[in-house]
Design a protein around this ligand. Structure first.
Ligand code: AMP
Length: 450
């Protein structure tokens, strides 16, 4: 779709777009509009700056009929309070002529003022998950009228450890609702979340703009396992003149720490690492040292590397092969910027070959192969993730398939189970009569029967 006219949107929205000076929809806006209007569950893969906020708000505002009611009909969840403020501002610009009431709520500020604001009513609530949940528990906010749930920057949200808050919120929402999710990167955790809670999800993705692939020299190495990959990387990094500013990507924080430990033996003060378990100060210091050239090697996860404005990266090393090809495009886009030549290396194991092929299919080109130098030691040691998993196919309490929740999963589950047991009367009644007393209980039982 080339023009906003093709969307057949209301006059009020047209005026707002004219005021904003937007001439035509961005690619994600074109792709998302008709699908969101159709009412399907949607997952959009798009980074900040692609116009994704309007990509979901435009169809939602178009669909949101005017109604004088207190309870919100649209819930937008975002990971940080800065984003709450930003999204509220964007919606206000768009809803300028529409009489839409939007309210932002987030933690770290006075909850009473937010309760008062909610009591006056809102059509759209934009919230961070923790504060939203608190407001629902103390009955300052009811979610039963929610028709559309938007989760923005879901990758950041999960990386910050909000999975259980999200699950808790899902339990409180009406089952009949439209789910819309946006993320810059795809991860297995997101896939699991989609499979658990979304129905017939439609995926839309836009190409990463900015970096022309021609500026990036890509190559790949077939390597048997984690520790051999580490040996190869150590070998390559010895050449400090060529590898002068190296961004090393791994898919999760455990691998980041494991790799950091290996590299640290060889490149101690040339090395830094960032992932979401590190403190904000530690991360900021690492990024600064890397950017200023004090450390030439930065190990990072996909999610953490987002939003970093790093220039003149000599090499991007894909220490593992992303399961979602879009992530590879994001990673290699960190080099070869501003007309500079960049180099990207991809390490892949036999198991990762299918991911490499998916990347090649997306780019419509083969990544040239290089031989692992003969002096690189082939390791037999297996990283924890590579070790065979014990499966118990007949144990109904263990999830089947590949999904094995990590330690954090259990910790939080127990913590939540203790903290979030509101409604003790209902719990006691339910235990006594063993049958649902409310619609909420019924839904809960239905879901837990599976
Ligand atoms: P977002 O990706 O939602 O963070 O949006 C990035 C920026 O693009 C925001 O400042 C929007 O105001 C702007 N923007 C969104 N849609 C359009 C459009 N169709 N034309 C021009 N700018 C846009």
């Amino acid at each position: 779709m080339q023009s906003f006219d093709d969307f057949k949107i209301s006059k009020q929205l047209q005026y707002a777009i004219t005021d904003l000076g937007f001439e035509k929809p961005t690619p994600i806006q074109s792709e998302a509009f008709s699908i969101i209007v159709s009412g399907k569950d949607v997952v959009g893969i798009a980074q900040t700056g692609t116009g994704k906020t309007f990509a979901y708000m435009l169809p939602i505002l178009q669909m949101l009929p005017f109604a004088k009611q207190i309870q919100p009909r649209v819930l937008v969840l975002v990971p940080t309070r800065e984003l709450v403020v930003q999204v509220v501002e964007e919606i206000e610009k768009f809803g300028k002529y529409s009489d839409i009431k939007v309210l932002g709520v987030y933690g770290g500020t006075n909850i009473n003022r937010q309760k008062e604001a909610l009591a006056l009513g809102a059509d759209i609530v934009v919230a961070t998950p923790g504060r939203l949940y608190d407001l629902v528990l103390c009955r300052a906010l009811q979610l039963k009228a929610i028709k559309k749930l938007v989760i923005d920057e879901v990758d950041v949200m999960l990386d910050l450890g909000f999975r259980f808050q999200l699950t808790n919120i899902f339990e409180l929402l009406p089952e009949r609702r439209q789910n819309i999710m946006f993320s810059a990167t795809m991860t297995e955790e997101i896939e699991t979340l989609i499979n658990d809670f979304f129905i017939g999800t439609h995926k839309i993705a836009v190409a990463v703009s900015g970096t022309p692939l021609e500026n990036i020299a890509q190559s790949s190495y077939a390597v048997p396992n984690f520790y051999t990959k580490a040996n190869l990387l150590v070998n390559l990094l010895q050449d400090a003149t060529t590898f002068n500013k190296v961004l090393v990507f791994v898919s999760n924080k455990k691998s980041a720490d494991l790799l950091f430990n290996v590299l640290n033996e060889h490149f101690n003060d040339e090395l830094c690492v960032i992932h979401s378990n590190k403190t904000q100060n530690y991360r900021l210091r690492s990024i600064k040292q890397f950017d200023e050239g004090k450390n030439r090697i930065l190990v990072t996860t996909d999610v953490m590397a987002r939003g970093l404005d790093l220039d003149e990266i000599s090499h991007v090393v894909n220490f593992d092969t992303p399961a979602f090809p879009e992530n590879y495009m994001h990673r290699i886009g960190r080099t070869g910027r501003a007309e500079k030549e960049g180099t990207s290396l991809l390490f892949y194991t036999e198991k990762e070959t299918k991911h490499k092929e998916a990347i090649e299919a997306l780019m419509d080109m083969k990544i040239p192969e290089k031989d692992v130098p003969s002096e690189v030691k082939i390791s037999k040691q297996l990283a924890p993730e590579e070790q065979p998993q014990l499966t118990e196919p007949n144990n109904p309490h263990k999830p089947s398939g590949d999904y094995v929740p990590g330690a954090g999963f259990h910790e939080k589950k127990e913590k939540n189970a203790k903290e979030n047991q509101g409604g003790s009367y209902k719990r006691i009644i339910k235990k006594k009569y063993k049958k649902p007393k409310t619609k909420g209980d019924k839904n809960y039982n239905k879901r837990n029967k599976k």
